[in-house]
Design a protein around this ligand. Structure first.
Ligand SMILES: Nc1ncnc2c1ncn2[C@@H]1O[C@H](COP(=O)(O)OP(=O)(O)OP(=O)(O)O)[C@@H](O)[C@H]1O
Length: 243
């Protein structure tokens, strides 16, 4: 079980140095440099096809890099873009899966995950099936399963991409609260500029073909970037001008 409640130490949890990748002789990622500190929420922001998922696949070893190095301190969990809930298993069984895979018996796995259902807005849905949940709830269940696997270093690929704008806004607020409570380290992929500004401590802007990091934005004083503030509008303009 890897749920941790760390305090912020400014310790590096992930470093990608000069990572490059080609597919069929086409350079997709060129000299990617990314650093993530403990307790940070860092966003990789870029257009579709710019290689964002490939970065996550390299971090998790699903894809081999051609060059560069990857340093990881801790246990990674990965929430991929697609909904991976198993349709014929209940929500509690879906969420328990990482523990069962690490040899926990079903009953004790359920005892471990059950207390989190309230915090994740899933209370009362333990014994339902994925098809009985709304899109937002399914994503919270997906997120809880990822969190149960490890909240040490969470990789979230477009976690709210498929949601309507109201559900998305609620989920963003909810993620910020959960993240503050558990001090998780999170790297999140998005192509949504507003989402990146709302959620991030830091944003890496990735350009296209071949993809490299075009800019890094540090949002030191988060409350200055509240929706519609001068800093928010200026940052959005700066990002758009670079895309
Ligand atoms: N296994 C693969 N074989 C060949 N090409 C691939 C493979 N995986 C990704 N690519 C190509 O690499 C590029 C980057 O893909 P990737 O999925 O990483 O982008 P992305 O930024 O995550 O896009 P999206 O936001 O649409 O998911 C694309 O041009 C894609 O077609």
């Amino acid at each position: 079980m890897h749920i941790q409640m760390n305090s912020y130490h400014n310790k590096e949890k992930l470093i990608l140095s000069n990572v490059s990748k080609s597919y069929n002789n086409t350079l997709v990622l060129e000299d990617i440099n990314i650093k993530v500190n403990e307790g940070e929420l860092v966003t990789i922001l870029g257009p579709s096809g710019s290689g964002k998922s490939t970065i996550f696949n390299i971090i998790t070893n699903l894809t081999q890099k051609d060059n560069g190095s990857v340093y990881i301190d801790g246990k990674i969990s990965y929430m991929q873009q697609k909904d991976l809930l198993i349709p014929y298993k209940t929500i509690i069984d879906n969420v328990s899966l990482p523990l069962i895979l690490s040899k926990e018996n079903k009953k004790s796995a359920q005892e471990i995950v059950r207390p989190y259902f309230k915090e994740f807005g899933l209370e009362g849905y333990e014994d339902k099936y994925p098809s009985e949940l709304s899109g937002g709830m399914k994503q919270r269940a997906n997120f809880l399963r990822t969190f149960i696997n490890s909240n040490d270093l969470m990789l979230l690929d477009e976690p709210f991409g498929a949601l309507d704008s109201i559900t998305k806004a609620n989920m963003q607020k909810w993620l910020l609260n959960v993240r503050k409570k558990f001090n998780s380290t999170i790297i999140l992929i998005t192509h949504d500029i507003e989402e990146a500004i709302t959620l991030s401590d830091r944003i890496y802007l990735i350009s296209q073909k071949p993809s490299s990091i075009k800019a890094e934005f540090i949002l030191e004083d988060k409350h200055k970037y509240e929706f519609g503030s001068n800093d928010y509008i200026k940052l959005k303009k700066d990002i758009i001008s670079l895309l």
